[in-house]
Design a protein around this ligand. Structure first.
Ligand SMILES: NC(=O)C1=CN([C@@H]2O[C@H](COP(=O)(O)OP(=O)(O)OC[C@H]3O[C@@H](n4cnc5c(N)ncnc54)[C@H](OP(=O)(O)O)[C@@H]3O)[C@@H](O)[C@H]2O)C=CC1
Ligand SMILES: O=C(O)CCC(=O)C(=O)O
Length: 411
């Protein structure tokens, strides 16, 4: 199922559970603004190449719109729309004073040199600079982008508007980034997993984990699970996958990935095909890559007891139903990966305050936010007799709908 259709379906289901007025439902479905821009750059060899960039600003009723920028060949308007809408519910679930947005450029970042990536990022920023801003829309990293990308956006934006560190989050520490932001999504995934497992009297150290994706989120999640004594028994990236029933030595795997750029030829386990990762027998499956990877084609063959959605929309609604019948517990994306945007919020607050928190404070506050959100989701599950996905969706949609009504519609 297409990402937007899947996201709309979950939203509509939550709206029905909440008994939302159909006019408010309609207004929340339509994005606030969709931006599509042409980005042409000279390549290093002098030839011109054109890309399409998007920024979808979904909703701003609770505050400035917030969300990452993705560089990936599969970036398309529906996907960005879905991701922007998910950001609106996610920032509300996390109870940060933000709305939702997402952006991206349809490109293959690994095929571009550093200077080509810089030119592309600057051209994209030139095209959208008057529509983003500290109190308007605050981008951050997502797949294929990182702190360096945010530094280029900050620099280009500041040429038009004066020095504005709070216009992006997830930037380098030397430019006002927050300690703990790089690890925050993975760390939030771990805090969320701990909150879920505690409900079942389980803890990370007693369980086995399979992780799809070994970029920012997947590698941090793996590192933190390993540090807590959990067994990461399978990991994949786009190039390959590795399994070891006794647990993979994650620090050594990180060194291997750093040195070779790939999980291939790692001698601390057996190689397997990346497509097998999602079907690997484990206690907890953590997708940390693309959306829609668990669908009606493979859901019945998933052998995990828990799925923690570190990626955005990894499970489509048809798979949700199949997995629910199998008794698999799913911790939904709009909660499970909200640690990233939560620490982005802390970064923005620090920039506005002109004051830097230490990492201990960042992590402690992140833990507090993740624990509180889990409690709030559980309350919604009890009130509406629904699963965790609908608990999170009803929590987010209800908060946004209340803000929308309070603001009113008078022109
Ligand atoms: N970064 C953040 O703060 C946040 C990210 N997310 C979500 O988490 C997910 C991962 O993002 P992030 O870690 O930042 O992205 P990265 O670009 O840092 O890493 C993505 C990883 O996914 C791997 N990958 C891509 N396609 C496949 C595939 N078909 N099979 C296996 N692995 C694959 C990549 O492989 P390779 O290394 O070989 O390229 C890479 O290891 C995305 O869904 C993103 O939206 C959610 C909240 C915040
Ligand atoms: O940190 C942020 O602002 C957003 C991160 C993001 O894109 C996401 O949560 O999907």
């Amino acid at each position: 199922m297409n990402a937007l259709a899947a996201t709309n379906r979950n939203f509509r289901r939550a709206a029905r559970i909440l008994g939302l007025d159909s006019r408010i439902e309609k207004s929340l479905l339509i994005p606030f603004r969709e931006i599509k821009v042409e980005c042409t750059i000279p390549k290093d060899d002098g030839t011109l190449v054109s890309y399409v960039g998007f920024r979808v600003q979904h909703d701003n009723s609770r505050g400035p719109m917030k969300g990452g920028i993705r560089y990936h060949p599969e970036v398309d308007p529906d996907e960005v729309n879905a991701l922007a809408q998910l950001m609106t519910w996610k920032t509300a679930v996390a109870d940060t004073p933000y709305g939702g947005a997402k952006g991206g450029i349809g490109c293959k970042p690994k095929d571009l040199s550093n200077s080509e990536l810089e030119r592309l990022t600057r051209v994209f920023t030139q095209k959208i600079h008057d529509l983003i801003g500290v109190n308007r829309d605050v981008p951050a990293p997502d797949m294929g982008t990182n702190a360096q990308t945010m530094a280029w956006i900050l620099d280009e934006y500041s040429k038009f508007h004066g020095h504005s560190p709070a216009v992006v989050t997830g930037k380098p520490i030397d430019l006002g980034g927050s300690l703990g932001r790089e690890a925050a999504t993975g760390r939030g995934v771990i805090y969320a997993t701990e909150a879920l497992l505690a409900e079942y009297g389980k803890s990370i150290k007693d369980l086995t984990f399979a992780i799809q994706g070994f970029g920012n989120v997947g590698s941090w999640a793996a590192r933190l699970i390993h540090g807590r004594g959990g067994k990461v028994i399978a990991v994949s990236d786009i190039t390959g996958a590795v399994k070891n029933p006794n647990g993979i030595d994650i620090p050594i795997l990180l060194n291997h990935k750093e040195a070779t750029g790939s999980l291939k030829n790692f001698d601390g386990g057996d190689a397997m095909h990346p497509n097998e990762l999602l079907l690997h027998k484990c206690d907890v499956l953590i997708p940390c890559a693309l959306g829609g990877v668990i669908n009606r084609e493979n859901a019945d063959n998933v052998r995990a007891k828990f799925i923690v959605e570190a990626a955005n929309h990894p499970t489509d609604p048809e798979a949700d139903e199949i997995l629910s019948k199998k008794g698999v517990i799913i911790l939904p994306d709009i909660y499970a990966n909200s640690g990233g945007v939560t620490v982005s919020y802390f970064e923005w607050v620090q920039n506005i305050q002109g004051f830097m928190w230490d990492e201990e404070k960042v992590n402690k506050e992140l833990h507090r936010y993740m624990t509180k959100a889990f409690g709030n989701i559980k309350s919604m599950c009890q009130t509406h007799n629904c699963n965790l996905r609908m608990g999170a969706f009803t929590l987010g949609v209800d908060r946004v709908a209340r803000a929308t009504v309070l603001r009113g519609w008078e022109a």
